[in-house]
Design a protein around this ligand. Structure first.
Ligand code: MRU
Length: 345
């Protein structure tokens, strides 16, 4: 099994996703600032993995504290949480994990410092393990949507690497493959950072799931040719009405799917759903550095002097989404009702 990030010997260990697929190396973070930096520079990425990284990073920061007076513990805890909450804006899972760590901290504040540290580490490890279990449940629900012979397009990386393990959209694909269904996956390379070509393709090759890599701008042509009969993607934040923020390019795929009568599915845990946001236009969209557009892996590909615009995510209106797969079941239109029902199960 691919292990994306975990707690080991009082440190946070993560697979360095910037080095994949050329090098498989693990990075050990001894300070919470290193985990914040790893989230910002995409060493660890994907909404659920970012949440897990923050939980582990908060535990790491508190575990290393020298001045353990209650006042200092409290001050540092909230300051560390704040540093994580400013690392990336779009993935709801980040804020969900920080809230969970805060809730635990408030429950245990007043215990001796060693107990506070121990409890925070335990909570972060629990969040890590629960993430894998949730993905497996999502896979069990989602595989019912996949049939023998399906040719499925996915975008970005919503696999083991985007989570603590197993994956969301790719978890559904994995679950269908494990069941013996004969499927073929088309992988969008996912410009500008190539999460599809570098990460999803790496996972599929490793697991021997039949797959073909395409450039993003080929998707429409393949749909027209009848080469794709389903699309499944992950999500960074889902509004109460089902509008879904995911990697830039997802919206165009959903429109193309609609035009070709191809079902478009989203797979995400409940921790990605933001019930405080009514509709997609309220979702904060991260803008990343121009360098991701003007350069390719450090090499300039555009002329000096050109300006660039680099939104990292877009929002797909719920009307283009056939179903949202979660660990609690599958939501379909009307989404407002079906999504709120998932939280009551
Ligand atoms: O910028 P990234 O690589 O963090 O973006 C990741 C995505 O958009 C994923 O599709 C999403 O987080 C779902 S991951 C299970």
């Amino acid at each position: 099994m691919i292990r994306t990030l975990f707690w080991k010997n009082d440190a946070v260990v993560m697979l360095d996703q910037k080095s994949l697929p050329l090098k498989e190396r693990y990075l050990t973070c001894w300070k919470h600032e290193e985990v914040v930096a790893a989230i910002k520079d995409l060493t660890v990425r994907g909404a659920p993995a970012i949440g897990v990284a923050a939980a582990l990073g908060i535990a790491l920061g508190i575990n290393r504290l020298r001045d353990q007076s209650p006042e200092n513990l409290k001050k540092e805890f909230y300051s560390i949480c704040d540093q994580f909450s400013r690392s990336r804006p779009t993935a709801k899972n980040l804020f969900w994990a920080i809230e969970r760590m805060k809730k635990r901290f408030e429950e245990i504040f007043g215990l001796p410092p060693e107990m506070i540290k121990k409890n925070l580490i335990e909570e972060a490890v629990r969040i890590t393990e629960e993430d894998i279990a949730v993905n497996r449940r999502m896979g069990a629900h989602g595989r019912t949507l996949i049939q023998d012979g399906d040719t499925i397009l996915t975008h970005c990386n919503a696999g083991a690497l985007a989570t603590a393990g197993y994956g969301t959209a790719l978890g559904v694909i994995r679950a269908a493959h494990e069941e013996g269904k004969k499927i073929h996956v088309f992988v969008d390379e996912t410009r500008p950072v190539l999460q599809g070509a570098r990460l999803t393709a790496w996972e599929l090759v490793k697991e021997k799931i039949p797959a073909t890599l395409i450039a993003d701008n080929m998707a429409g042509y393949l749909m027209k040719q009848g080469k794709i009969n389903k699309i499944i993607v992950g999500a960074d934040r889902i509004a109460a009405n089902g509008d879904t923020a995911n990697k830039i390019g997802t919206y165009s795929l959903a429109l193309l799917a609609g035009a070709h009568g191809i079902p478009f599915y989203v797979a995400a845990p409940l921790s990605t759903i933001d019930l405080s946001i009514k509709a997609g236009d309220e979702i904060p969209i991260e803008e990343r550095s121009d360098l991701e557009i003007t350069h390719f892996q450090g090499i300039r590909t555009a002329p000096e002097g050109i300006s660039a615009y680099n939104p990292a995510f877009d929002v797909t209106p719920h009307k283009y989404i056939e179903a949202i797969v979660t660990e609690a079941g599958i939501a379909t239109a009307p989404f407002e009702k079906s999504i709120s029902g998932l939280f009551k199960e």
